[in-house]
Design a protein around this ligand. Structure first.
Ligand SMILES: *[C@@H]1O[C@H](CO)[C@@H](O)[C@H](O)[C@H]1NC(C)=O
Ligand SMILES: *[C@@H]1O[C@H](CO)[C@@H](O)[C@H](O)[C@H]1NC(C)=O
Length: 984
């Protein structure tokens, strides 16, 4: 049918976008080994400084060359746009931006995120091989003005750092070094029981130190591994050998490639407990990269294969940002006269009129350029693009909102009309935003049809956000949005859903941080069906970060109106007769507008349906602007993708909760999903920030969960509410040195994370729509793969290992699994190649915990395993979960422990003064003893005595703390700015 036709008619890039989850906004294309349309955008708050542009050119030019080398001649940068803010002065070399915007850019130059300081980092929340959101670079990083020292000294050459981050962003590969703060240790036990540095290729020469004190590392008594502050320091001045990897230590001169599946210098280390292995299930970064759509056609043939080129130098355009331009396009076909709920005698066109009237009056930020069109069998322009500056502009636009219905449905006509509005007077339509609402299938035989119009909009660089009204809406609406990098929303028509208003409001704010900042935040949004005489009360919390220009709004459906009141925390009552109320009889809306700062605390909203004849649909919203003193708490929700074409779908709901750039953790985040049947049914889903299931990173303020409760083919509208009912939410401000590996770890900002309690608050955000195209009954969803298996404690004396992981559910990360299968082996390779053939851990081996009684998803599972005696030095564990229908999730990440130890070292040796009380019974074994660096073949070898008899008590001397000492000089890395080749 037309779906296939549409797909083939679009450009390859657009098709890729619609198939990829997550980042839908990038417009970077990749053809004939060249990345084009990369956008590097400077945030409006960055002070004007043209040097930033020159430095960007240098960095990206170096990066392009390094990309060509590290992808083995497969890729480099071609066309790059640098977007400067509107506030910067005009210069002859600046062109006007067309499609480029800050919010859809790939690389963002903005003030430091407190969590990462000047570390370059990539914002990502999606999985292995999937695109991230954007790369963040600070102006000081770009200008080489970081207070700690030269950027090259700290992180290595900027072009290389750029490619490290680019690889996160474009290819969905992850760090190969340890990140203790995220649960990836810096060291682990290899299969010979030796402590090994978490990395890719393991023969990088260097030594270990406590990065804070520059002294010796101590041992974590629970795991036997070096403590979290213990860092590996590579030798920067060793020759050739000891390749790292682009995702490991890109600053080491010999690093010229990603780790791959070969045995050579770039051989991938699948055993390291790093994020790459965890998220990508032990795959090498090069394997992941070459399997992305950039390097592999859908039929599996390699594309963009190696090619020698004369120059890898990119070309730069400098473009200056423009004001946002919106065109609102409304369906006025005959079906808009339908009444969704017979007991509420209101046609769709009236609900649409009410909602859009309110949007135009209250939801569109000042300074926007807005046009409007309507369509049925053909389209008509309602207004040209008009700048919204005054109340009168706003009212004029509001008075133009249609409330009519007749004729057929030519969605393509509406889209092409919008394109014409954006193109008037010879303007370039690129970068314009079309928000289109439609409730039906496109009529047969219309011209231009949806397929043709979509192709035109894709060509023109226009973004379409689609809002579908009713399940009967054309199934291609989500695809129009995906093909044009837009978002999709859905309103079923249910009387208890306000997703029409929420979707339209979000469509205005999304991908437009200027609009988002200039418009108010949604604190509360609800629709209720009030029977004759019925009342409804709600409490809404106003926190101290908002309160300016607060608006309480009521919408209703019957001529009799509603009786309502709003009561402030101190008891002031606002009603229909208060001076602060504006009232529109035609749109059936009343709004209390409080100028200045409203009282912080609980406001009570009361509403009653006074009609003795008719039930009413009543819409209640509370919006408020940030109070000037501090950044507001914000919540933004979105979905992995809208079109779900395969069964079972991986449908993820995300919500990011932040204050400024700092994450808020511990909040209560609940998504509400309205199903396709125009019933009152809704499903709720708790989103978690626990680094398990759908959630990629723990405690980053992004909460995630899979939605699995599908009941049939059709659309599911999703919105998220964020609250802090028990005061568990905390603002996390931290300085983590882990966003990019430091060339000189002793210069790493000392990782400090502080948590401040957050007041009670509430926020609401529309996430969008899942359109499920192929529902199949039955339990199609396995438990999700466990990715956070960890060793909590090892006991040598008992040979027990305490393991912990976050429980998955019956369906991905929802519900409750029915049993676990834990396996063990002496090495990861055999476990990876044959999980089912590895030795099972059975119930009789557990000294605590259970394999057959899983806790609900999201809770911690603990088991203690008594490991049978064997000659294996290392034991590797992995776990899978199964549901009651026999669906099994994939094997978890692997963890290793070692039972290899010496029985008597330390005794009698110099400085040995008997056992240290604090450490008796601690585990550790092979960890202790002075570490040696042996050539380049192993990172850290531990002096091991020949004594292998197993004893009950281990005696430890403090002298023997892990780490190099007499054998090695203290770190004396390069000082000051360094020539990249100086230590080759
Ligand atoms: C849209 O129009 C084109 C050109 O007339 C036609 O080939 C195509 O089949 C139409 N698509 C649909 C879904 O009607
Ligand atoms: C609210 O006030 C307006 C304007 O004064 C009035 O027309 C309307 O009837 C009132 N509505 C109710 C329900 O009292």
């Amino acid at each position: 049918m037309s779906r296939a036709a549409l797909l083939t008619s679009l450009t390859v890039a657009a098709v890729l976008v619609s198939l990829c989850a997550a980042n839908t906004h990038t417009r970077v294309t990749f053809d004939n080994n060249v990345y084009s349309d990369l956008v590097i955008a400077i945030h409006p708050d960055v002070p004007e400084n043209p040097d930033i542009i020159d430095r960007i050119k240098t960095i990206v030019t170096d990066a392009s060359e390094y990309l060509h080398i590290t992808t083995r001649q497969r890729a480099f940068f071609g066309g790059v746009s640098v977007l400067v803010p509107e506030t910067w002065q005009d210069r002859p070399e600046y062109e006007a931006a067309t499609w480029e915007t800050y919010d859809t850019s790939d690389v963002r130059v903005a003030a430091p995120n407190p969590e990462f300081d000047h570390n370059p980092y990539v914002r990502t929340f999606s999985g292995c091989g999937e695109k991230g959101e954007y790369m963040h670079l600070t102006p000081a990083y770009i200008l080489d003005e970081v207070p700690l020292g030269s950027t090259e000294y700290l992180w290595g050459p900027s072009g290389r750092v750029f490619i490290h981050e680019w690889s996160h962003l474009r290819y969905g590969v992850f760090d190969e070094y340890g990140i203790p703060a995220e649960g990836y240790p810096n060291f682990y036990f290899n299969e010979n029981g030796r402590i090994t540095v978490t990395g890719c290729k393991i023969n990088t020469p260097g030594y270990s130190r406590n990065y804070r004190t520059n002294g010796r590392c101590s041992t974590d008594s629970a795991t036997g591994l070096p403590d979290e502050e213990c860092q590996f320091f590579p030798y920067l001045n060793t020759q050739g050998s000891g390749h790292g990897s682009v995702m490991y230590m890109q600053f080491l001169t010999p690093v010229d490639h990603f780790c791959d599946d070969s045995e050579g210098d770039h051989g991938h280390n699948a055993d390291a407990p790093n994020k790459q292995n965890r998220v990508c299930d032990g795959r090498s970064t090069w394997d992941v990269i070459t399997n992305t759509q950039d390097f592999k056609a859908p039929d599996g043939t390699p594309i963009n294969t190696a090619r020698d080129v004369v120059s890898t130098e990119p070309t730069f355009r400098i473009v200056k940002a423009r004001k946002p331009r919106y065109v609102l396009v409304f369906d006025i076909s005959g079906s808009m006269d339908s009444i969704d709920d017979p007991s509420i005698n209101t046609p769709r066109r009236s609900l649409l009129h009410q909602t859009v009237y309110k949007l135009v009056r209250e939801g569109i930020p000042d300074g926007s350029h807005v046009g409007m069109a309507k369509f049925h069998s053909w389209a008509e322009r309602l207004t040209d693009l008009t700048e919204i500056l005054t109340e009168a502009d706003r009212q004029e636009l509001a008075d133009t909102v249609p409330n009519e219905a007749s004729g057929g449905t030519c969605i393509g006509c509406g889209l092409v009309e919008a394109l014409e509005i954006l193109s008037m007077n010879g303007a370039d339509p690129a970068g314009g935003i079309v928000i289109i609402l439609s409730d039906g299938d496109e009529s047969a035989g219309v011209t231009p049809n949806l397929t043709q119009a979509t192709a035109q909009l894709v060509d023109a660089g226009v973004t379409v956000h689609s809002v579908t009204y009713s399940s009967a809406a054309d199934s291609r609406m989500e695809e129009v949005a995906a093909s044009t990098h837009g978002r999709a929303f859905f309103f079923s028509g249910a009387s208890n859903s306000n997703s029409l208003e929420e979707g339209l409001r979000e469509a205005v704010r999304v991908q437009n941080s200027a609009a988002a900042r200039a418009s108010s935040l949604q604190l509360y949004s609800n629709a209720v069906k009030l029977e004759v005489g019925a009342t409804f009360d709600a409490t809404v919390l106003l926190d101290s970060t908002v309160g300016e220009n607060t608006e309480f709004s009521f919408g209703w459906t019957d001529e009799t109106g509603v009786e309502w009141s709003v009561t402030s925390p101190s008891g002031t009552v606002y009603t229909n007769s208060s001076a602060e109320v504006s009232y529109n009889h035609q749109a059936k809306i009343a709004t209390v507008k409080l100028a200045g700062k409203a009282e912080v605390g609980s406001w009570v909203i009361h509403v009653q349906n006074p009609s003795n004849a008719s039930a009413q649909r009543v819409v209640l919203t509370v919006n408020s602007r940030p109070s000037a003193s501090e950044p507001p708490i914000t919540a933004n929700a979105w979905l992995s993708n809208s079109d779900l074409q395969v069964w079972p779908p991986r449908a993820v709901v995300y919500a990011e909760v932040t204050q400024g750039l700092s994450p808020i953790i511990g909040a209560h985040v609940v998504a509400t999903v309205q199903g396709p049947d125009n019933q009152q049914n809704s499903y709720t889903l708790q989103l978690r920030d626990d680094g398990a299931g759908a959630d990629l990173t723990k405690n980053d303020g992004t909460y995630s969960a899979y939605f699995t409760q599908f009941t049939g083919t059709g659309r599911y509208s999703v919105s998220a509410a964020v609250t802090n009912p028990d005061g568990t939410a905390q603002l996390k401000t931290s300085v983590a040195g882990s966003a990019a590996p430091f060339q000189d770890p002793s210069k790493m900002p000392v990782s400090t994370t502080s948590y401040q309690p957050v007041e009670t608050f509430e926020r609401q955000s529309a996430a969008g729509v899942f359109q499920l195209l192929d529902y199949k009954p039955g339990d199609g969803f396995p438990p999700s793969r466990i990715t956070d298996l960890e060793v909590v404690k090892v006991s040598y004396s008992d040979r027990t290992v305490l393991l912990r992981w976050t429980a998955p559910g019956d369906d991905y990360d929802q519900g409750q699994a029915s049993q676990y299968d834990v396996r063990m082996s002496s090495d990861t390779r055999s476990l990876r190649s044959g999980f089912d053939r590895a030795a099972p851990v059975n119930g009789s081996m557990l000294t605590s915990g259970s394999l057959s009684n899983p806790v609900p998803a999201g809770f911690h599972e603990y088991i203690q395993v008594l490991v049978p005696l064997s000659d294996d030095k290392t034991v590797v564990f992995a776990v899978t979960a199964q549901d009651a229908s026999g669906n099994t999730g994939g094997a978890s990440n692997f963890v290793s422990v070692t039972f290899d130890y010496q029985d008597s070292y330390g005794e009698g040796s110099e400085g040995g003064s008997g056992p240290s009380a604090a450490m008796i019974g601690a585990i550790v074994g092979g960890v202790l003893g002075a570490a040696l660096i042996i050539g380049v073949s192993i990172v850290i070898a531990v002096k091991i005595s020949s004594g292998k008899t197993r004893i009950r008590e281990i005696r430890i001397t403090p002298r023997d703390n892990f780490g190099a000492d007499v054998d090695l000089p203290p770190y004396s890395g390069p000082k000051g700015k360094m020539d990249a080749t100086a230590h080759a």
